[in-house]
Design a protein around this ligand. Structure first.
Ligand code: BG6
Length: 487
């Protein structure tokens, strides 16, 4: 029998900026995602794809209505096709769907006093459709789609004012959608501010004049923690029985060898990764994190009440993404491997995807055990999946056995962790339908159970087709995991 709970939340995860499109419809403002370029070949040192952005590039993008070069502007047209897509998710038996709200549909620049009613109406009709299909929403308030205006005017989250603007936005979401949404998340992969400061926190490197880029990153992180804590407290006050989670990119790091220097380095990387969840789950900064800032000469401005705010706004659960593990070596000459917006040392025991991300299902079990042991709060995997090139055959079939294998092996490890006693309440794979890649803005890097007939430049019928994995995942859900051969 399956080790998963009876009410286990099986489903998939999406982000507004990677699916919705309709970038300038019904009062939506420009977001940072709308100026993120198509970048099939990432520059060395920019594995997140959008770190070399300049004010000049943004100004040019703002006056352009190109959608080929800026593919997130048209997404996969979920804005107009969400009913069809949700029906397909329901056909797979989804218990949950993780989506995000585009802040710019609610407050186009972030500074308005009153929200955009058309944006509210759009998300209400999504939530109504989910309700009709018995799908429980999990909603991320900020998933790489903050208002561009706040980025160019204030250098994003470097400015404290953004805390109030975010809380104002969160309050409208709780007021308007609280009847539909019980599970919330504040910031997607908050730790990624350090890896891609522009798309996560709106920081434009050439605007860092009175402070260094590093200082900007840690200051922005501090403001996001404060905003997340305030939103969490508010959510509890406004929506009875609501649960607010924080979200981490779980970058489990192995030492390349048992050489103490490699072990030390991997320990440092893991502690750094944990610190972002520590702050939100324990409600205070880890001492070693604060000490490391001092050593780096980074002064972040904190206000008198901040410690109290963090402590009063602790997360109820921990959500995380897991795509791969990492390996670290003290030897800078070791062969490298790509990964989720980060480069690591190649692990000789692992295979890689076509984009070079190393496939490590056991690493998921390790991650679950480590996280549960450390935090003792309910866990949910809100992203896990494999970007691959798919082939639409003449009869509109897509045979994606490689994806099934990837997911199956990860779900097996997940079950072993659950059987050990880890409190895991859901799994939303990334992504149930093909969408625009965050790092490269490619369409051809496909994650879905549902194929979207669209190429990298946005050309195609946009028709949806079921891949082999669609039918496989349907059985997994139907049998609460028992479809999988556990041998
Ligand atoms: C996660 C992000 O880190 O990685 C998603 O939260 C993203 O938004 C996913 O799509 C996969 O990355 P990519 O670059 O393949 O889209």
């Amino acid at each position: 029998m399956s080790g998963f709970k009876n009410n286990f939340l099986w489903g998939g995860a999406l982000a507004a900026n990677q699916v919705e499109g309709a970038w300038n419809e019904k009062g939506k403002g420009l977001s940072v995602a709308d100026v993120a370029k198509y970048k099939p070949n990432l520059d060395v040192g920019d594995y997140a794809g959008h770190n070399n952005i300049t004010t000049d590039m943004i100004m040019k993008a703002m006056v352009s209505d190109d959608t080929e070069y800026y593919p997130k502007r048209s997404g996969i047209d979920f804005y107009h096709k969400y009913e069809e897509d949700i029906k397909l998710f329901a056909e797979m038996g989804f218990k949950t769907l993780r989506i995000s709200i585009a802040w710019t549909r609610i407050f186009p620049t972030g500074e308005e006093e009153a929200p955009n009613q058309d944006g509210i109406a759009f998300y209400k009709s999504i939530f109504e459709t989910l309700k009709k299909n018995n799908i429980e929403p999990i909603v991320t308030l900020s998933h790489y789609e903050m208002p561009l205006h706040l980025s160019i005017t204030y250098n994003g989250w470097v400015e404290r004012k953004l805390v109030d603007m975010f809380v104002k936005y969160a309050k409208v979401c709780f007021e308007e959608f609280g009847d539909y949404v019980k599970y919330w998340l504040t910031f997607n992969e908050i730790d990624s501010v350090g890896r891609h400061p522009f798309i996560t926190a709106g920081i434009i490197p050439d605007k860092c004049k009175d402070y260094s880029l590093d200082e900007a990153i840690y200051q922005a992180l501090h403001h996001q923690y404060i905003a997340a804590a305030k939103a969490t407290k508010l959510c509890h006050q406004m929506i009875p029985d609501s649960k607010m989670g924080c979200m981490l990119t779980k970058l489990t790091t192995y030492p390349n060898t048992c050489h103490p220097s490699d072990v030390l380095l991997s320990l440092e990387r893991n502690l750094d990764n944990y610190s972002h969840a520590d702050i939100q789950i324990f409600g205070k900064y880890p001492i070693l994190y604060l000490e490391s800032l001092k050593k780096k000469n980074i002064n972040i401005k904190m206000e008198k009440n901040d410690e109290k705010i963090l402590f009063e706004g602790k997360s109820d659960y921990l959500a995380f993404s897991y795509y791969m593990s990492r390996t670290e070596s003290a030897d800078p000459n070791k062969e490298k491997a790509a990964g989720n917006t980060i480069m690591s040392v190649k692990n000789p025991y692992l295979e890689s995807t076509e984009w070079g991300w190393q496939i490590d299902p056991v690493g998921l079990r390790i991650s679950l055990i480590e996280l549960y042991d450390r935090y003792n709060v309910p866990l949910i995997i809100v992203e896990n999946g494999m970007g691959a090139l798919d082939n639409l055959e003449d009869n509109n079939q897509i045979h994606d056995n490689y994806r099934i294998e990837y997911l199956k092996e990860h779900i097996k490890e997940m079950r072993k962790a659950v059987e050990m006693g880890v409190d895991l309440f859901g799994y939303t794979s990334w992504a149930p339908i093909d969408l625009i890649s965050v790092s490269t803005s490619q369409m051809s890097k496909r994650y879905g159970y549902i194929y979207v007939d669209q190429d990298d430049l946005g050309h195609g019928s946009k028709r949806r087709y079921k891949k082999d994995s669609f039918f496989w995942y349907q059985k997994v859900i139907e049998t609460n995991g028992n479809e999988i051969d556990w041998e």
